[in-house]
Structure formats: structure tokens, C-alpha cells
Design a protein around this ligand. Structure first.
Ligand SMILES: Cc1cc2nc3c(=O)[nH]c(=O)nc-3n(C[C@H](O)[C@H](O)[C@H](O)COP(=O)(O)OP(=O)(O)OC[C@H]3O[C@@H](n4cnc5c(N)ncnc54)[C@H](O)[C@@H]3O)c2cc1C
Length: 452
């Protein structure tokens, strides 16, 4: 007798994004196999669906309060790997952490990793994630050979640059709205060692930091800057530029320290201007060697040291506002943003600055975020004044022809979105061909007017 597939069951679950700013009661469906999702999608007539990986998007992209949220984390099988070419085939729920722990010891690396390793392959495709090496390696899609997509009519498509290229480009950065990515083919990258040679260069203010990017970035594989948003006056935008390269020699160990845990939701008063001002001052002045060799885990994922650091913001939660400012006026725009936050008395306690190179898929219909310019990611504790602040920040970003990263967004409205993503109309036309907008829909897509 053939083994009967257990049918997945619907459950109620209270979901949020990583920022925990806004929690929503949802119906979820968790499956062990893609075929179980297929059956359920077929039987779910008239319901909207959205896939969810590890919920590391900050806002409401992986939440569907009006329908069903498909939990993919048990679709976590590595299906094939070619030791000669580095071509990997895997299910969408495989995490980057799994891939790093399996393949770094074999001398292969995931070519683009974000600031956390707890991200699924499906989530990496849907957000077209970027890392500290965008100036060298572009975004995740650059290394994506192909993927399988199940659309809103249960049609299956193989998508690559050659086969169904429109669907390929609409899905990368498409935030799960073109359908369910059910299998991913990714090109891994050979590395000389798992250790990173890291250089730390302090900069007294924003112009100095931008100059340091311009002077040093091209010489290194990885770059990212920590920014002190509380410093003002002649120190506005001071920070530390971190540069990195794979060490030429070393082992291929994946040294992952067991994560610590924040034992309780911190009280709201713990993070405030005084405590964070003190922290930033100490961090900026901390004596550190200009060059050191560190583990990949420490270099790429310092925040993962605490498994639930998002609890630090307490019950009010937080948002992350990540914008891209292109062109030669980016520095001016960044200064305006930092000054606005300070004059509103809402400076960010945690901020990161990176530089992007020109995007490969620029001219294609895509909601992918990275393109040439500077990207600033700033965290704000939850507050009733956030909507007003974000609206003012949006105006600066629009004036500089920039945009906001959808994987981080919690606040944008349809008008702002249309100004920042003028190519969205073209993208929607492709989605109509997939018949997905009626079926695949999230809190984010409805808030932005991308789906009904
Ligand atoms: C600490 C931290 C640091 C981060 N740093 C960066 C960074 O440096 N660069 C960067 O680019 N991002 C960064 N991110 C954001 C993160 O990489 C993205 O939000 C990513 O999409 C999260 O993956 P996930 O598996 O958690 O997806 P989820 O958050 O669960 O979902 C994100 C989107 O992917 C879609 N999705 C998930 N699985 C599928 C699937 N199988 N098929 C179709 N759609 C799917 C969802 O519908 C949703 O729209 C960071 C996040 C955190 C918490």
C-alpha cells in the first residue's frame, strides 16, 4: 500500500515581522512537502495566500491576515550539489545557516549573505537580498540560476534568464506575490578559507566616511559602516568603516557560537538617548586593531549572537527604515535624514551604511531594491510618532529619487510606493499573466495597493 501523505493542518497563529511592530492573528498552513502545499492551494478556492520563510523581514511582508500564510521552513531538503561546479539545488525552506554549515567545510560559500543567516532560500529570492559585497557580487539574483514557481492558478513554471525571463525578474524582489518558489538553483562560490581579514577605519563625520568608502571599497570584497546617529555638529554621521576579504590561508571551519538569548522583553526605558549615547561613544572610541582575522560568522552576522535581539526593544517593538539614495547628492540626502531624526528627537539607536553598485536587472520589470548609491538602514523603537517621521523621511528619499526596501518596510503608503517604484505597473502586468495577484497577497501588498 502506498504511504498516505499526512494532510497539513490549518492553525491560528499570532504573527509579526522581525520588528514586532504590529502583530496579527493569522491562519497558517505548515507543510512537510511541496505536494502538500499544492493540494492545499488547489483546494483553497477564493482564499489569498502568502509564503513565509523565517520571518526575518521586518514588517508585514510575510503576513497574510486576510487569508492563509504558508509556512515553508520544513521544506528544507538539499536536493543536489555538484562538487565540481558548485551548483546547488534545494527546497525553499533551506536556511542560509544550513548551507553555510554544510558547504563552508567543503570550501564553498553562499555568494551573497545578508546581516542574518536565519533566512530561507525562498525569502532570499523574494527580497533579492544584498550583502556587504554588492559592489563586487551584486544581489542574490545574480547567482540564481533558476527556480520553480507555482503561480495562482497552480501552474508550474521553471524561471531563469533564458526560460520565462519575465517571471524570473518579477519574482526576484517580488516579495512572494508572483507565487510560491518551490525549488531554487543557486551557484555557490569557491573560497580560499572561512576566515575574514577585517580592517576597521574610524571616520569623524559623514563626509569623511563617504570619502573612506570611495577610497577603500573597491580594494576589498566586503564593506559596511556602523553609524552613530546620536552624534551631532561636526561629528554628524561619524562611524566606523569595516572592510573585509577572505583570508588567503586558513581552515574551512564553520565556527558558529551557540547563540545567547535575551531572557525577557526589555522594559521600554532601557534603550534611550542617554544609554545609547553612552554606548555609541564607547563603541566609537573602543581601541581596536586596524586589522584582525575573524570568523566568518562574527564578520557577517554579529547580531545573530543573540537569537532574539529584537526583544531588546521591549513590547513596543521597532521598525527598520532602509532607503537607497542614488547619485552624487546622496551625501546631502543622508545628512538631511540624520538631521531630521535629531531635530524630531527620534535619532536611531542602530544604523548601518552600505554602498551598492549598479544593478544587473535595472532595466527589467522588478521590485528589486539594490541599485547604484548609498543605502542607510536605521532602527527606531515603536512609537505613535513613527508614521509622521517616516512620512517626512520619505519626502527626502523621493526628492533624491531614492526608494525604500520592501523587506524592511512597515509604514509606506500607496502614493509613496508609486513614486519610489514607478516600474511597479509593468511588474503588475507580468503578475496578471501569472494570475497571481488574486491569490498571492500579503498585508504589505494590500497596504501598498499592489494587490486588492
Ligand atoms: C538582523 C537582520 C539583518 C538583515 N540584513 C539584511 C541585509 O543585509 N540585506 C538584505 O537584503 N536583507 C537583510 N535582512 C532582511 C532579510 O534578508 C529578508 O527580509 C529576507 O527576505 C528574510 O528571509 P525569510 O526567510 O525570513 O523570509 P520572510 O521574512 O519569511 O519572507 C520575506 C518575503 O519572502 C517571501 N517568501 C518567503 N518564502 C518564499 C517562497 N518559498 N516563495 C515565494 N516567496 C517567499 C515572503 O512572502 C515575504 O514576502 C535582514 C534581516 C534581519 C532580521
Amino acid at each position: 500500500m502506498p504511504e498516505r501523505e499526512p494532510s497539513p493542518t490549518y492553525k491560528g497563529m499570532n504573527l509579526s515581522g522581525w520588528g514586532r511592530f504590529g502583530r496579527f492573528d493569522c491562519r497558517v498552513l505548515r507543510a512537510e512537502k511541496i505536494s502538500q502545499f499544492e493540494n492545499s492551494i488547489q483546494n483553497t478556492v477564493g482564499e489569498t495566500l502568502i509564503a513565509r520563510g523565517y520571518g526575518r523581514s521586518y514588517g508585514d511582508a510575510a503576513v497574510n491576515q486576510a487569508g492563509v500564510t504558508l509556512l515553508t521552513e520544513r521544506l528544507d531538503r538539499i536536493l543536489a550539489f555538484d562538487e565540481d561546479t558548485g551548483l546547488l539545488t534545494a527546497e525553499p525552506g533551506v536556511s542560509l545557516e544550513t548551507l553555510l554549515s554544510v558547504f563552508i567545510p567543503r570550501g564553498w560559500m553562499v555568494p551573497v549573505v545578508p546581516g542574518t543567516k536565519f533566512v530561507s532560500l525562498g525569502g532570499a529570492v523574494a527580497a533579492d537580498i544584498h550583502g556587504k559585497n554588492h559592489h563586487r557580487e551584486g544581489s542574490f539574483s545574480k547567482h540564481l540560476r533558476s527556480f520553480k514557481l507555482i503561480d495562482g492558478q497552480m501552474q508550474k513554471h521553471i524561471c531563469s534568464r533564458e526560460e520565462n525571463p519575465d517571471f524570473f525578474w518579477a519574482t526576484v524582489g517580488g516579495m512572494g506575490l508572483t507565487g510560491l518558489v518551490s525549488e531554487v538553483q543557486l551557484q555557490l562560490q569557491r573560497i580560499p578559507s572561512s576566515r575574514i581579514k577585517m580592517v576597521a577605519l574610524p571616520a569623524k563625520n559623514l563626509p569623511e566616511l563617504i570619502e573612506a568608502f570611495a577610497e577603500h571599497e573597491q580594494k576589498h570584497h566586503f564593506s559596511v559602516a556602523w553609524l552613530d546617529c546620536l552624534a551631532g555638529g561636526s561629528s554628524l554621521g561619524r562611524g566606523i568603516l569595516l572592510l573585509g576579504d577572505f583570508a588567503e590561508e586558513g581552515d574551512f571551519r564553520w565556527n558558529r557560537k551557540a547563540p545567547l538569548s535575551v531572557p525577557f522583553q526589555a522594559p521600554n526605558f532601557l534603550l534611550n538617548h542617554i544609554s545609547m549615547g553612552l554606548f555609541n561613544e564607547l563603541y566609537y572610541r573602543l581601541p581596536r586593531p586596524e586589522t584582525q582575522i575573524v570568523d566568518a560568522d562574527k564578520f557577517f552576522f554579529p547580531l545573530d549572537r543573540f537569537s532574539n535581539w529584537n526583544y531588546m526593544y521591549g513590547p513596543r517593538g521597532f521598525i527598520q527604515y532602509q532607503c537607497l539614495l542614488p547619485g552624487p547628492n546622496a551625501t546631502k540626502g543622508l545628512e538631511q535624514i540624520l538631521k531630521l531624526c535629531q531635530s524630531e528627537r527620534m535619532p536611531s539607536y542602530f544604523a548601518v551604511l552600505k554602498r551598492f553598485a549598479k544593478a544587473e536587472q535595472h532595466e527589467h520589470a522588478s521590485l528589486s531594491f539594490p541599485d547604484e548609491g548609498y543605502t542607510l538602514a536605521i532602527d527606531f523603537p515603536g512609537s505613535s510618532r513613527l508614521a509622521d517621521l517616516c512620512h517626512k523621511l520619505d519626502q527626502i528619499v523621493i526628492e533624491h529619487a531614492g526608494r525604500i526596501y520592501l523587506a524592511k518596510d512597515s509604514m509606506m503608503n500607496p502614493e509613496t510606493f508609486a513614486q519610489m517604484y514607478p516600474q511597479a505597473q509593468q511588474w503588475q502586468e507580468i503578475c496578471q499573466r501569472l494570475a497571481s495577484p488574486k491569490v498571492f497577497s500579503s498585508n504589505l501588498s494590500r497596504r501598498l495597493g499592489l494587490t486588492d
